[in-house]
Design a protein around this ligand. Structure first.
Ligand SMILES: Cc1cc2nc3c(=O)[nH]c(=O)nc-3n(C[C@H](O)[C@H](O)[C@H](O)COP(=O)(O)OP(=O)(O)OC[C@H]3O[C@@H](n4cnc5c(N)ncnc54)[C@H](O)[C@@H]3O)c2cc1C
Length: 682
């Protein structure tokens, strides 16, 4: 036990002050400190300390009181901190609750004062003493790289005072924890307000992109930090005191930490150690000043009434985003081709999925069901519903035999009857089950026409065809600056928000802006356009060859694909960038031959052309068949969309619109949905 027992005066006995008092008492009982008194500003606080209390309680703070102690512990409302520190520091060592001050200039003055006074000015950055944060520090120190991204949430349930407080200062712990863990300062930040929650994106060197949410909302207290590395993800929960480390190879390790002795006791002990020996490590005024500076710089800036949004990519996802976002923003849509929907939004199988394609991915079926209504409300005129669609299981199926397929369809409540295609199309001896389904097909040229027509009619959307976005950067003011090359040459444009809907170029664009590259697999995919002398029909053999013949709704025209023969190359590039396939090798004859084993009608097919697509999917998805649409919210007002299926495009565009809306959400949601326009009504 140390011989020297500093005398400490506690200033403030509100909720946190009482917690400090309890800990000081514990330390006093152990002989580590002497609690000289408590200063309160109301009778209520005096009462809260309790009758029979042996510690002197004062209603006034006077200099004699401060002179009579070694140190003060200031636990008062944030806006009083600076003045109290200024008053006490010339007379005693000071521990002050965070934030050190309400603005950086004030904090800088206090740091100078601390230097001049030769006393300890420690700031109560409590989480530096939290057992989970300390364990996290040891863990991140043992990893050679910085995380590429951090998501942090620190929210309390709403309370009446939320309106009056600044989340960036009240919850500056998040900035402090990042500072403590990595010891680096931000190079750029953007903040926006969403109700009583501030959403802040901070970029550190690396780049390490940190997205934080702090404020008041929800029903429970949340304190979570998720650190994303190239090979693992670490989630620290400061409420249940746990750390979960999940590696890419699916190993998960969860550790719980004891809350005893608790962060506050450790903090107070650190202060006592600093009083005894000023060289003892503690969060001093320099730390306090730095954290205030970082938190204040990341305060939300006033939102524009109609912010400027850039959408890169005029496939079905980008074009639909442009149409949806126009209701809340000024939108510019950049597409490198002359027409919309020319790449994978055209070079696909035209299926308006019901779910029959995904017996091994219930999530994908659920996503289809969840997004169907939104899509059909906007694009019903581009759906052809009178091409009968059959799904069959191969008689030699191993992975999806008839019973399993039937069970999957029934579990997902898919609509079907038993029945097969017209005679001559399918070799019935090769299949064990055949379902007639409600699946429809897209009239993709008509879909393109509808989208183009709506975009052109909408004066608030600036559509730039034949315009290639060649690079981009986030400016110091948070604007997204694009360099675009169009028919009139090269130019720069600035935006408040960015949607990257470039599909195969998803990583290329993300990388320009300093966002992580996702591991992607690129498949060179060949679809055959055929002419067949039969009425329109769709037939898919779900296992075995997984071959698919789709009537396009145009007389005699069909698309053919085959699970193996359609994919002639497949790569997962280390840099995540899309490959240049060079010459395109065709598998026409093999595809026709293999598919004809099940679909003898193909013997009468004439090949019109091959269509090529670069299928782009998550390289390490656990479920090989899943085709989810993935929206990545990068923070900094930027999103990337990797489209999984066309049906999801409207719901996903609305999700992004909702995020951009932020706090204006309630007002705008009262605006009635845009009237549906169609070719027939134009
Ligand atoms: C072989 C295959 C079959 C499929 N079959 C179906 C199906 O039957 N049903 C279904 O629902 N889904 C299907 N899909 C999935 C579906 O096609 C895609 O999810 C969807 O089309 C993706 O649309 P998109 O707008 O994201 O991409 P795209 O249509 O590829 O649009 C991206 C656009 O970005 C533009 N672009 C890229 N970089 C730049 C730049 N730097 N500057 C300007 N413009 C740029 C491109 O020119 C392109 O037009 C299939 C996919 C594949 C590969």
């Amino acid at each position: 036990m140390p011989d020297y027992r500093p005398k400490v005066l506690l200033i403030g006995a509100g909720r946190f002050g009482l917690q400090h008092l309890a800990e000081w008492r514990r330390l006093a009982a152990g002989g580590e400190v002497e609690v000289a008194g408590v200063v309160v500003n109301s009778e209520k606080s005096r009462d809260a300390i309790g009758a029979g209390n042996d510690i002197p309680v004062h209603r006034q703070l006077d200099d004699a009181l401060i002179r009579g102690v070694d140190a003060v512990d200031i636990v008062t409302p944030s806006e009083t901190h600076a003045a109290l520190v200024q008053r006490c520091l010339p007379l005693a060592h000071v521990l002050v609750e965070k934030p050190l001050a309400m603005d950086p200039a004030e904090a800088a003055e206090l740091r100078k004062l601390a230097l001049k006074s030769g006393r300890v000015l420690m700031v109560g950055h409590l989480f530096r003493f939290h057992p989970v944060v300390r364990a996290l520090k040891r863990l991140v120190d043992s990893i050679a790289e910085f995380p590429r991204g951090i998501d942090g949430i620190m929210t309390n349930p709403g309370d009446g005072s939320a309106e009056l407080k600044d989340p960036n200062l009240e919850f500056l712990h998040l900035f402090d924890i990042v500072d403590f863990l990595f010891g680096v300062e931000p190079v750029m930040n953007i903040g926006r307000r969403n109700g009583f929650v501030n959403q802040v994106s901070v970029r550190y060197p690396g780049p390490m992109n940190v997205n934080l949410k702090m404020g008041w909302g929800g029903e429970a207290k949340v304190r979570v930090l998720k650190l994303v590395y190239s090979d693992r993800q670490i989630t620290a929960n400061l409420v249940d005191n746990s750390i979960v480390e999940a590696s890419r190879n699916n190993q998960v390790h969860k550790t719980f930490f004891s809350a005893d002795p608790g962060a506050l006791r450790e903090e107070l002990r650190t202060f006592l150690a600093a009083i005894r020996d000023q060289s003892a490590a503690h969060p001093d005024a320099a730390v306090g000043e730095r954290i205030v500076r970082i938190a204040v710089a990341a305060r939300p800036r006033p939102e524009k009434e109609r912010p400027r949004v850039a959408v890169i990519g005029g496939g079905i996802f980008g074009a639909t985003c442009a149409l949806e976002l126009e209701r809340i923003a000024q939108v510019s849509l950049f597409e490198r081709h002359e027409e919309l929907l020319t790449e994978v939004s055209f070079n696909n199988q035209f299926r308006h999925h019901s779910g029959f394609h995904y017996p091994r991915s219930y999530d994908t079926i659920a996503e289809i069901k969840a997004t169907r209504r939104d899509f059909e409300a906007e694009y019903e005129d581009a759906i052809i519903r009178d091409v009968p669609a059959y799904f069959c299981t191969s008689a030699t199926a191993i992975e999806i035999p008839a019973e399993r397929y039937l069970a999957a369809c029934m579990n997902s409540n898919l609509a079907f009857t038993l029945g097969g295609p017209p005679e001559g199309v399918l070799d019935l001896s090769k299949v064990s089950l055949c379902l007639k389904t409600d699946e429809a097909v897209y009239d993709v040229p008509r879909l393109r026409q509808i989208v183009t027509d709506r975009l052109r009619r909408n004066k608030d959307i600036r559509f730039h065809p034949k315009t290639n976005v060649v690079s981009g950067v986030i400016g110091g003011d948070g604007s997204k600056r694009l360099t675009v090359v169009g028919p009139e040459g090269s130019r720069e444009e600035s935006f408040d928000y960015l949607v990257n809907a470039t599909y195969m170029n998803r990583n290329l664009v993300a990388q320009w802006f300093g966002f992580p590259v996702e591991p992607l697999r690129f498949d060179l995919y060949e679809l055959l356009v055929l002419r067949l002398p039969i009425p329109q029909v769709c037939v898919t053999i779900i296992d075995g060859p997984f071959t698919s013949l789709v009537g396009t709704g145009r007389e005699g025209e069909f698309l053919l694909s085959h699970i193996h023969n359609s994919v002639s190359r497949s790569v997962i590039p280390a840099d995540g960038m899309p490959p240049d396939w060079g010459e395109l090798p065709t598998n026409r004859s093999t595809m026709l031959r293999h598919s004809a084993r099940y679909l003898p009608i193909l013997g009468k097919a004439t090949v019109v052309e091959s269509r090529w697509a670069t299928r782009t999917v998550n390289a390490f998805a656990r479920d090989f068949d899943a085709r989810p649409t993935v929206i990545t919210s990068h923070g900094f007002g930027c999103w990337s969309v990797l489209g999984g299926k066309i049906i999801t495009c409207v719901s996903n565009a609305r999700e992004i619109a909702q995020e951009i809306l932020g706090e204006k959400r309630r007002a705008v949601s009262r605006i009635p949905p845009r009237a549906r326009t169609s070719l027939s009504s134009s």
